[in-house]
Design a protein. Sequence first.
Lengths: 114, 114
Amino acid sequence: AQSVTQLDSQVPVFEEAPVELRCNYSSSVSVYLFWYVQYPNQGLQLLLKYLSGSTLVKGINGFEAEFNKSQTSFHLRKPSVHISDTAEYFCAVTRTDSWGKLQFGAGTQVVVTP
Amino acid sequence: SQTIHQWPATLVQPVGSPLSLECTVEGTSNPNLYWYRQAAGRGLQLLFYSVGIGQISSEVPQNLSASRPQDRQFILSSKKLLLSDSGFYLCANQPGQTPNSPLHFGNGTRLTVT
């Protein structure tokens, strides 16, 4: 079985500062990795995904993530955040041989203040 | 483009009452459909998934059931709600039907059991 650990439940950050959200996973098989964002009272939107190839993945809204197989990590970063980036962020993993059954982390709440 | 409709958006129900949450998908055929639950302060838990009409797989034993009476309709039900059924219920569709296809989420139903 796969599992996902998001190491920070809440990350406060000032506007225009960088932010990094940490995600570690465990799996005995190959996986695909995703980051989703959830704004208040809404569903989740895909930020980016890692399937294969380059370990640095760029997503929407200026976010990027780096896959590190040796450390089983998939940390999300943004060099300069905006107030509108205040949201909850979820890391998720799925086996490459089993569609759709995403395993989500507990989420990281990002609060951006002026 | 594909759209996922969920209703109602919010629901307050007493303990012991029945439940029916509906999800419909537009703009695709034969989708893989999922029900997730998000409890306060926790990540998303996969409840049910369906690969076709009448085909339901349950991920965790619980007080809930799911049905898929039509290709693009997915219903979550309960005969008698428990307090622990409170949460944010999200329906998702996997358009590509392959392991690397991201999920698309509806805007969710917030259920409060009193």
